[in-house]
Design a protein around this ligand. Structure first.
Ligand code: ASP
Ligand code: MG
Length: 426
């Protein structure tokens, strides 16, 4: 009996870049081969989510021809990968065809309603993950890695908050555990990024949200560890495409990782850490090109990281509010201001206030004008500055300040002993 105890589940997450072509999918096969208890979370292949966002835009504009053309293009891209993986351009996966047909029907036969924009967005972009996991599951089965495809919309119950939902972990425990219990194969393939709202509509968890999906799976299944396979050696202290002297970090604790992710480091989705920390599950970030590399380990005990970290967050807007009657107690209005931002699901990344002015660096949004109008009605003069970026340097030094911070054209700067932050025009 001593040997009958099963190994604990591991969770692997593969991002879009790692499965963007057949070679990447074969590499996934190589990484999962030999695993016994494994839940694999996969994103949409390559830039599919962006392409689906274009389908959404075309639907928004009522341009059916553009919708059809874009969907055909996305389908062709996936069939190039399928042809390569299954060895024939004639090869068809019925479920994949059905998914594309359902998507085509949805966007060409329904009328777009502006007040349901986020709901439509979620419905459309979710197809990226549905298709990628269908292909990967079929391919793994063909290669002898017997696995079960899991529909994460049925497992993850989320808030009724389209485009950026959180998973309701308590409500999701039973469906996810049931999906896993008693399955013959002990390898599972599920979609990152998606779930469903209480009304049954599909929700998404925020762009790049597959990391978070994997973390919630790890939490619910009490996984032994979670690994994110990426196209970098591990977590670096800066984006090497922008800052060439970036270095790899070997170990990080949860708190430093959240700070980093929150400031915009494109390493891991900020929502990923909490579900792992709650169960003390280590997270590894490893290069998908090298199964045996150490990568970066994130856990509860790693020492505080003191090497400088540089993070650039793009796609920001700056919202400036000024009390019209110069009432010097802007704080009294804070609840209204933040409730309005929340109503339009706008994320604030930096707050700067004076007696009569409040400056907010926020994520770009389709609803910023509406927020401004609502706040004008509350007695504010508003100004929106679009296309700004937020630069954060933690553990800064003089050299970095001189090198990366141009002081003449910034909109706001904030300096603490530990961190400097700049909002500046792009
Ligand atoms: N496919 C989604 C996105 O590109 C989710 C993810 O990649 O994590 O945002
Ligand atoms: Mg992606």
């Amino acid at each position: 009996m001593a040997n009958s105890k099963r190994n604990r589940m591991k969770v692997y997450k593969f991002g879009g870049a790692s499965v963007r072509h057949a070679e990447g999918v074969r590499n996934l096969l190589n990484i999962v081969s030999g695993e016994e208890e494994l839940f694999v979370i996969v994103s949409a292949m390559g830039k599919t989510t962006n392409a689906l966002e274009e389908v959404f835009d075309a639907m928004r504009k009522g341009d059916t021809a553009a919708c059809e053309a874009k969907i055909a293009e996305i389908k062709a891209y996936h069939y190039t990968t399928i042809a390569d993986l299954f060895g024939s351009t004639e090869y068809r996966i019925e479920e994949v065809d059905a998914l594309f047909e359902a998507l085509r029907k949805a966007v060409t036969t329904n009328k777009f309603e502006r007040n349901r924009a986020e709901e439509w967005y979620d419905h459309i972009v979710a197809y990226g993950e549905l298709v990628s996991t269908t292909i990967i599951s079929a391919f793994l089965n063909k290669e002898g890695v017997s696995n079960k495809w899991v529909d994460m919309r049925k497992c993850f119950h989320t808030q009724a908050r389209h485009k950026d939902a959180n998973v309701l972990i308590e409500q999701s425990k039973t469906p996810l555990r049931l999906a896993v219990a008693g399955a013959e194969s002990r390898i599972f393939v599920g979609q990152g990024f998606i779930g469903s709202a209480p009304d049954g509509t599909t929700t998404t968890l925020g762009r790049e949200g597959s990391d978070y999906s994997a973390a919630v799976v790890a939490n619910i299944l009490n996984a032994e560890s979670m690994t994110v396979w990426k196209d970098v050696d591990g977590i670096l202290n800066a984006d090497p495409k922008i800052f060439p002297d970036a270095v790899k970090i070997d170990q990080l604790n949860y708190v430093d990782t959240i700070e980093l992710a929150y400031s915009g480091a494109q390493i891991i989705h900020p929502k990923t850490i909490k579900p792992l920390q709650n169960k003390n599950i280590p997270l590894y970030v490893k290069p998908f090109g090298n199964k045996l590399a150490a990568g970066t380990e994130i856990n509860g005990t790693a020492p505080t990281f003191t090497t400088p970290i540089i993070i650039l967050k793009r796609n920001q807007s700056f919202l400036r509010l000024r009390s019209r009657d110069l009432s010097f107690v802007l704080e009294e209005k804070f609840p209204i201001i933040f409730a309005t931002l929340e109503r339009f699901r706008i994320k604030t990344n930096l707050i700067h206030n004076t007696a009569v002015e409040l400056g907010l660096c926020v994520e770009e949004s389709w609803h910023l004008e509406e927020v401004a109008t609502a706040l004008q009605e509350e007695g504010f003069n508003t100004e929106i500055i679009e296309k700004v970026e937020l630069l954060t340097i933690r553990h800064y030094n003089d050299e970095l300040l001189n090198k990366y911070v141009e002081c003449d054209d910034f909109i706001i700067s904030q300096l603490t002993p530990d961190t400097v932050r700049y909002v500046r025009p792009l």
